[in-house]
Design a protein around this ligand. Structure first.
Ligand code: ZN
Length: 143
């Protein structure tokens, strides 16, 4: 009966060690996220997203991160290709590496920033800007 607690102890040590080694340098970032240097294309996409939404925001408030070489990354709400979050004045957009060049995915997160909220009000994400998977495909098919 004393063998069991000893085994649990070693498991606990492994779990704690795993957590600390996986801890991101900044809190709440997905595992493996690193800073992304956003290029001029992102500025152009931001302008386009302001234009379709009729909203104005501060591009320079956004800190960009990427989880390199992944299709999705894990979040509390399940796997994601992109995520926007804000704490205080700092807004972060985290992208899966495979989607850093995907206009819809990047601009979708920009629209969250312009709206300053999570959730997807359809008048913006669907009607004005077509920044969902379904509407983006149908908008692209129109051209
Ligand atoms: Zn979203």
């Amino acid at each position: 009966m004393f063998a069991l607690p000893r085994r649990w102890l070693s498991l606990a040590v492994v779990a704690v060690g795993g957590c600390s080694s996986l801890a991101p340098s900044e809190p709440d970032l997905p595992v493996g996220a690193i800073r992304l240097e956003a290029g001029a294309e992102y500025r152009a996409w931001f302008s386009r997203t302001q234009a379709c939404s009729g909203l104005v925001g501060q591009y320079d408030e956004i800190q960009w991160f990427v989880v390199p070489n992944v299709e999705t990354f894990a979040t509390a709400a399940g796997p994601k290709v992109g995520m926007w979050e804000k704490s205080g004045r700092v807004a972060r957009i985290i992208l899966a590496g495979r989607y850093t060049g995907h206009e819809m995915v990047v601009r979708h997160e920009m629209l969250h920033h312009l709206l300053d909220r999570e959730g997807h009000p359809s008048q913006y994400f669907v009607d004005r800007c077509q920044l969902t998977w379904e509407t983006w495909q149908s908008a692209a098919a129109d051209h």
